[in-house]
Design a protein around this ligand. Structure first.
Ligand code: AHG
Ligand code: MN
Ligand code: MN
Length: 325
């Protein structure tokens, strides 16, 4: 069986990038180890602290962030990191050419109930090698990413990775190594499964309300087919389902906090997941434009996210276009 290290060796990506990916995989293995122990690892429950986005931090948010941050900053190829759980960007070594952004623990509300959670990462090139990084270095649109992926801590620990040449899946074996289980996975173009937090329905824009109302009408409505619904509340788990069997995932703009463009974060969630989904033949949108074309103004910026099977993402875009024309 092909392990991650050998699989990366077979690609023609920069060897330094491979080392950064090895570091991420090793850190995620440690995070997975903490999760395996559950309450025995002492990582359940909340800290008294809030992150920069005003969210109460779970113990595992803090532990996972520290693990990834320290491992990455010890890798001389990392010029700097930005994390959902850090106020500012942090500089790494002067010779590093890669910037890593990450959501150390995605799906925090699921930690204490032993439901799947994940780690999401995105790697960008630095345009100013040899100097201390600033926030400006990170403010690149998603189409500049050189690699992205996630680790899903579910019944199996699974690494899903793109370096811009399709999407491959690895599973963590008992021997502590990630082995490739699926190469070049593809998102089915059509789907009959959607994922959205329906409890926010009344806060959505009219076009999103109309689209979901039509989905719910099934074969009797204008879309003409019956839909099933899933909501895990861990984006990693939703994206993994979509990469495996298709579907559409939506976290649209809503007016609970009218000044925020959405709940999910562009640089830690929207961009890496869009890179994976597009590399697997799916589509991604803010409802107005391609997620990976959004030029970030700050690292913690939020974005409306619609991603998954092409036919449905295009339908969502059409509902929004119609509403503005
Ligand atoms: P995080 O735990 O990193 O803050 O992200 C949680 C995100 C995402 O994983 C999930 O899709 C969504 O928030 C769940 O939101 P609801 O609480 O509205 O279900
Ligand atoms: Mn998240
Ligand atoms: Mn998180």
């Amino acid at each position: 069986m092909l392990n991650l290290h050998d699989a990366l060796k077979q690609t023609n990506i920069d060897p330094h990038l491979k080392e950064v990916l090895d570091t991420i995989a090793a850190s995620c293995k440690s995070i997975g180890g903490k999760l395996r122990g559950g309450a025995l690892s002492g990582v359940y429950g909340s800290e008294s602290s809030e992150n920069v986005q005003g969210e109460v931090q779970k113990k595992l948010d803090v532990v996972a962030n520290a693990l990834l941050k320290h491992a990455l900053l010890s890798n001389r190829h990392v010029a700097g990191v930005a994390s959902e759980e850090e106020d500012d960007v942090i500089s790494g070594g002067d010779e590093g050419r890669y910037l890593v952004t990450f959501d150390p623990l995605d799906g925090s509300s699921n930690i204490d109930i032993n439901v799947s959670v994940g780690t999401i990462f995105s790697i960008l090139p630095t345009s100013t090698p040899g100097s201390q990084v600033t926030m400006d270095d990170f403010l690149q649109p998603g189409h500049q990413q050189v690699a992205a992926g996630y680790v899903l801590y579910g019944p199996a620990i699974t690494l899903v990775l793109t370096t811009g040449n399709g999407v491959d899946v690895y599973a963590l074996d008992y021997d502590g190594d990630f082995y490739q289980t699926h190469a070049q996975i593809k998102v089915p173009e059509a789907t009959q499964e959607f994922a959205i937090n329906m409890s926010n329905q009344r806060f959505w824009e009219p076009a999103m309300q109309n689209y979901v109302a039509d989905l719910l009408q099934g074969e009797e409505g204008p879309i003409g087919k019956r839909f099933n619904m899933r909501w895990v509340a861990s984006m990693v788990a939703e994206v993994h389902r979509i990469l495996t069997r298709g579907g559409i995932f939506m976290y649209p703009y809503d007016k609970r906090e009218p000044d925020k463009p959405g709940k999910l974060r562009l640089m830690y969630e929207g961009n890496p997941m869009s890179f994976l989904i597009e590399q697997a033949g799916g589509a991604c949108s803010t409802t107005r434009m391609s997620i990976m074309d959004v030029v970030p103004e700050q690292i913690h910026q939020r974005v409306p996210v619609v991603l998954g099977s092409k036919e449905e993402v295009e339908r969502v875009n059409a509902y929004h276009q119609q509403a503005t024309s």
